[in-house]
Design a protein around this ligand. Sequence first.
Ligand SMILES: [Zn+2]
Ligand SMILES: [Zn+2]
Length: 477
Amino acid sequence: MSNQTISLEGIDNVDDFVLENEEEEDSISRTHLHQLVTKANKAFRQNRFEEAISCYSRAINIKPHHPIILGNRCAAYLRIYQFLVHRPPSDSEYRPLSGLDPTIHAGLALKDADKLINLQSDSVKAHILKADALILLQRFELAHDVVLSGLHINPSSTHLQNLARMTSTTVGRNNHEITIRSDDFDCTVCLKLIYEPVTTPCGHSFCRSCLFQAMDRCNRCPLCRTILFISPKTCSISVTLNNIIQKNFPEEYAERKLEHENLTIMGADLLPLFVMDVVLPFQKLQLNIFEPRYRLMVRRIMEGNRRMGMVTIDSTSGSVADHACEVEITDCEALPDGRFFLEVEGRRRCHIIENWDQDGYRVAEIEWIQDICPAEGTEERLDLQDTIQKAEAYAKSWMRTAQEAAQGDQVRLAQLHKAEELMPTTNDPEHFSFWLATLTNRRPSERLDLLRMRDTIERLKRGLIYLKAEEQFCRVQ
Ligand SMILES: [Zn+2]
Ligand SMILES: [Zn+2]
């Protein structure tokens, strides 16, 4: 029986997400989960299965054992298999898919279906999905057994009856069953197939990320407690072991890789957050990372795009502020004791739509913001040009006065010279306005205001007020 002619059952639609009233979860992550699954379901119903899978996977990272999310992702894997097998070859010239081989999708569907059966052994849907996946993998005999167990739960299920008819005709033709693997290749920290294996001097192997996450808390082997003198920087992956795993368990390996990538390469609208202080675009600073949760975050960022959001706690609300600045890690030094010494530089501003906890640190869904630039020829545009020229002239004279006043104070003088060197051109009004407003030291609440503003003129005027106030203050003294 060719896979082209197989019709699967029970995957035309997905289930809507139901919010359970679980007290231990905070409502923010619950709402976020709900939105993720709703987005995924919408993508599924519009046949955008890759997008659906990516959203379901993000939801599963937050809540790993939710039957509806697992079942829906499983259905999406099955649908993408069918989609890939059925689409004409010419399509790939227009829209190549980044995705995996169809068989791997079927294998991933099987994994989800298995998890679902472990969670709900009496679920008819779980049996249908598992049978579907087994059929795509051409394991008809096993599929037939699963269908029969499903029929014990609900003999009148039409889906199961159809599957029973289909599998009974093929049983006996195909005895080539893949053997189930033992747990010899499991990591004892995460209990999953080892991903990027690292072998310690005491001879134990773990996922690279699991080992160093355990070592954030204490530098001993998680299994035998031997003290270890290794660091992520110097420690390499066991190539042979990695090859063996990849060759023997391609589906599971692909799933582990996906899981890992979901943590290191976040979507364009997701940002891990370092909660400390307000950072402004173009600002440079140095950070010393010692908390275990942030060490984990930095390792993941360094494997991804080297960017994170810096944000403060808003003193008025007591929670993470509504605006953050994306910083790029321009230099990262891993110290022998596991700490990181970072140099970062502020890049873009963003508005935080919501944020939730992931492995101890905050992750936010964000939208990028920038100043609203008035159109060429408008009165606002002329006003902006006028304001920035005045601001530039004032800043230059302020700088001269400040340097004269600082004669004899070498530290202050060096600061002023540095600031003068960094003065941007007035062709980039937004950049100039941030430079101007931070010539004097500003309180966190003032910097947060500057971050939130989207009107360049307003920020320029604010900067001028700050400079004049300081000049006044100096004269009084
Ligand atoms: Zn592991
Ligand atoms: Zn050990």
